[in-house]
Each structure stands twice: as structure tokens, then as C-alpha cells.
Design a protein around this ligand. Structure first.
Ligand code: DGL
Length: 248
């Protein structure tokens, strides 16, 4: 099976990493809109327009499924993408919320969603959580964490101070949905800060969702193809670092 993965930039590689670990696909075509990242600061119409342009790119390939790894695009553009695409489109919001049901979290426990400003403002996570019966939902935009991850700053004083600024006033959550592609790279620091809360990673949530819906491991190594709207060399360099293998 051939799938495409779309993200606003390099962050969606965290989702690809999970897909690769479980060998769910024969081939993955990744496209990062690196020329126009970040999406998280843009307004909804712009996010929809950029996402539909990415869809046009994917129309050049015969794919079975498009995974929208970008939370911001999933939050704003999933309906438009589904309307226009000739293949299945899966975003990260629904799998992320459903993944909570496999964790030790009760419906009345405090659940925190963190993401870009556009993701949090869309209320996509909050609305779906409420529809699934969660009653204690907090949502915080933590945009500063994105450039920190891009700079490779994953822990230490700046990270701790940013966490304090964003999260100190909250009711301590039992579960945190890391609703941004970049946050899983800070998972260790987030885990320490939230002191053992369940952390939901979009990549793992997508894998759980796909498996539940009959997608099985191919057992073979996945063929990867990388594309970007600018500087594909940097995308490949980041992928080599994150996947710990050379990508040419
Ligand atoms: N990929 C985006 C997301 O998951 C984060 C970076 C951006 O703002 O574009 O929401």
C-alpha cells in the first residue's frame, strides 16, 4: 500500500517515524511545505488554501491514502481535503482523541490539549473530546515550542521556563494530547514536567487507529520518497537525524 504524508514542514517526520517503526506501508511519499511553514500562525483560509495546493501535488502520484500529519491542517482543512481528494484522507485529530480511550484516563479526568494557536483556536480537539464524553478539558497554545524543537533545544532552562509560562496555571492533567507534530520530540521533558501524565503522540495514535481499521504490518522495509516546497536537502538531513539512518 502506498501512502502520502503531508505536513507544513519537517515536523510530520515524527508521524512518519511511527509508521516506519511498524512497517505499515510499502511506500511513503512525504511532502513538507517548508517554504511556507509555520501554518500555526496563519488564518484558516490560508491553511485551507495551502492544504489544497498540497493535495494537487499528491495528485501526481497513485496513492491509496493521504495522512495529514500536521495538526493545524487537520484542524482546519480536513473536510475540504476529503471533499476534493480521490483517495482516503486521515488527519491526526480523531486518532489522537480515540487513543485516549486506550489509556488509563477516565472521562472526568483533566485532559490537556497543546498545539499551535490555529489548532487550539479551531477547537477541533476540544469539540471532539467533548463529543466523546470528556468533561474536564483544558487547551493551551504553545507556539514557542515549535522553534525550540527546530533549533534542537529539547530540554534545559529555556524549555522549562517555556513550560512554566504556558502550563503552570493549569489543573495538573492526567493526559496530555501533544497536538503538534513537533512536541513528541520534547516528550521526555513534557513527561517530567507533567509528572507521569499519559502523553498522546500523533504518530502512535495514527498507528493504533490504522491497525484497528485493518491495516497490517507489511513486514518489509518501507520505501521513502521525500519532497518539499523548498530545501528538500534540509528535510532529508532532519529525517536522517530523527530516523537515525542515512537518507539520500
Ligand atoms: N505541523 C504543525 C502542526 O502540527 C506545526 C508547525 C506549524 O505551525 O506549521 O500543527
Amino acid at each position: 500500500m502506498r501512502t502520502a504524508v503531508f505536513d507544513s514542514g519537517v515536523g510530520g517526520l515524527t508521524v512518519v517515524k511511527s509508521l516506519l517503526e511498524h512497517s505499515l506501508f510499502d511506500e511513503i511519499i512525504y511532502y513538507g511545505d517548508t517554504a511556507r511553514v509555520p501554518y500555526g500562525t496563519k488564518d484558516p483560509n490560508t491553511i485551507i488554501r495551502y492544504s489544497l495546493e498540497a493535495l494537487e501535488f499528491f495528485n501526481n502520484f497513485e496513492i491509496d491514502l493521504l495522512i495529514v500529519a500536521c495538526n493545524t491542517a487537520s484542524a482546519h482543512a480536513i473536510d475540504e481535503l476529503r471533499r476534493k481528494a480521490s483517495f482516503d484522507v486521515l488527519g491526526v485529530i480523531e486518532p489522537g482523541v480515540l487513543a485516549l480511550e486506550n489509556r488509563r484516563v477516565r472521562k472526568e479526568d483533566p485532559v490537556l490539549v497543546i498545539g499551535t494557536r490555529a489548532t487550539i483556536n479551531s477547537k477541533s480537539y476540544q469539540n471532539l473530546l467533548a463529543r466523546r464524553g470528556y468533561t474536564n478539558i483544558q487547551a493551551v497554545a504553545a507556539p514557542l515550542l515549535v522553534p525550540l524543537v527546530e533549533e534542537g533545544i529539547l530540554e534545559g532552562v529555556i524549555v522549562e521556563e517555556s513550560f512554566k509560562r504556558y502550563f503552570d496555571h493549569l489543573v495538573p492533567p492526567k493526559a496530555v494530547i501533544m497536538g503538534c507534530t513537533h512536541y513528541p520530540l520534547m516528550q521526555e521533558a513534557l513527561g517530567r514536567y507533567f509528572n507521569g501524565a499519559e502523553l498522546v503522540h500523533s504518530g502512535e495514535a495514527i498507528v493504533e487507529y490504522l491497525r484497528k481499521n485493518g491495516c497490517e504490518s507489511s513486514g518489509k522495509e518501507t520505501v521513502m520518497r521525500f519532497f518539499a516546497s523548498e530545501n528538500v536537502a534540509r528535510l532529508k538531513q532532519v529525517a536522517s537525524g530523527w530516523f537515525q539512518k542515512e537518507i539520500l
